[in-house]
Design a protein around this ligand. Structure first.
Ligand SMILES: [Zn+2]
Length: 281
């Protein structure tokens, strides 16, 4: 059967011309309301205007949100934590310091589904300054630790398998290997257990982090600080590796521990890696 293409009707041509005219008005920043038989049915808002929630064309959604790069770094690091096995599911969380508070991962949201606008900005008391989601339930220790460690730019918390296994045995990591110094001291402590998301846990963690850049948390996981989020991520990988090695050594026997003097030599050589941190805090 032959189908002849119908010529564009006069009405359709008129509609196209009318739409082009409205579009041009919208592009000039005017508020354009589209009507049908005199009744408003739609509104054209110029992209980039204050009223528009859409990102400019060719720009990722949410890129106009303040601290966009830090928000993206937070999301990408959390995804890397899962990809490298440092974290599983949504159990871990992370924060980055900004001018007047912290950017923190939202509570219970899959990192693959998290966008920059989902990241929550909180003040030092955990009050939400910007964001439409609740902050991570662990905001207490993020706020307490980051306020007490003013030179730290980021904090990561994970339930990584080996560090958590040690923490479930109420063990920290003694100087069985010189790389323990990566946490800033002669050992990596394990904070006593307290319920997740409580001030009591924040108190315990803060004590375990005295003069340190990382600690384990009894029956829970680990916390790592960094100059920035990349630094924190690298340190978290090192500590998870140490926990793995220590567990393997314990499975065979009692590993030889380095002396205070030997660890002090290493700490001196490691100064460059942790020179940004105040060793007394
Ligand atoms: Zn946790």
């Amino acid at each position: 059967m032959k189908h002849d293409r119908q010529p564009l009707s006069v009405n359709a041509t008129d509609a196209n011309q009318r739409f082009s005219r409205l579009l041009a008005e919208s592009e000039q920043g005017r508020d354009v309301v589209i009507t049908k038989r005199g009744r408003p049915v739609a509104r054209l808002v110029s992209i980039g205007s204050d009223a528009s929630t859409a990102a400019p064309l060719g720009v990722p959604a949410g890129s106009d949100v303040p601290d966009y790069d830090k928000r993206m770094a937070l999301i990408e690091t959390c995804r890397r934590m899962n990809a490298t096995g440092l974290n599983q599911g949504t159990s871990g969380n992370a924060s980055i310091r900004v001018d007047d508070g912290l950017l923190i991962t939202p509570s219970g949201l899959d990192y693959d589904k998290t966008s920059p606008v989902d990241i929550v900005k909180i003040d030092w008391e955990g009050k939400v300054l910007r964001g439409h989601r609740p902050p991570s339930s662990e905001w207490h220790f993020h706020c307490r630790v980051m306020a007490a460690k003013p030179k730290a730019g980021a904090l990561l918390h994970t339930h990584s398998i080996h560090a958590t296994t040690l923490a479930c045995l109420s063990r920290g990591i003694p100087p069985f290997h010189y790389m323990v110094a990566v946490a800033g001291g002669r050992d990596i402590r394990c904070a006593p257990y307290a319920t997740f998301g409580t001030e009591k846990l924040a108190d315990a963690v803060l004590a375990a982090l005295e003069g340190r850049l990382a600690c384990l948390m009894e029956n829970h996981g680990m916390i790592v600080l960094g100059r920035d989020i990349e630094d924190a991520f690298k340190r978290a990988i090192e500590i998870e590796t140490l926990a793995n090695q220590y567990l393997k050594a314990l499975a065979v026997g009692m590993p030889k521990l380095l002396t205070v003097g030997e660890m002090d030599v290493v700490l001196e050589k490691f100064k460059n890696y942790s020179a940004w941190a105040d060793p007394k805090k």
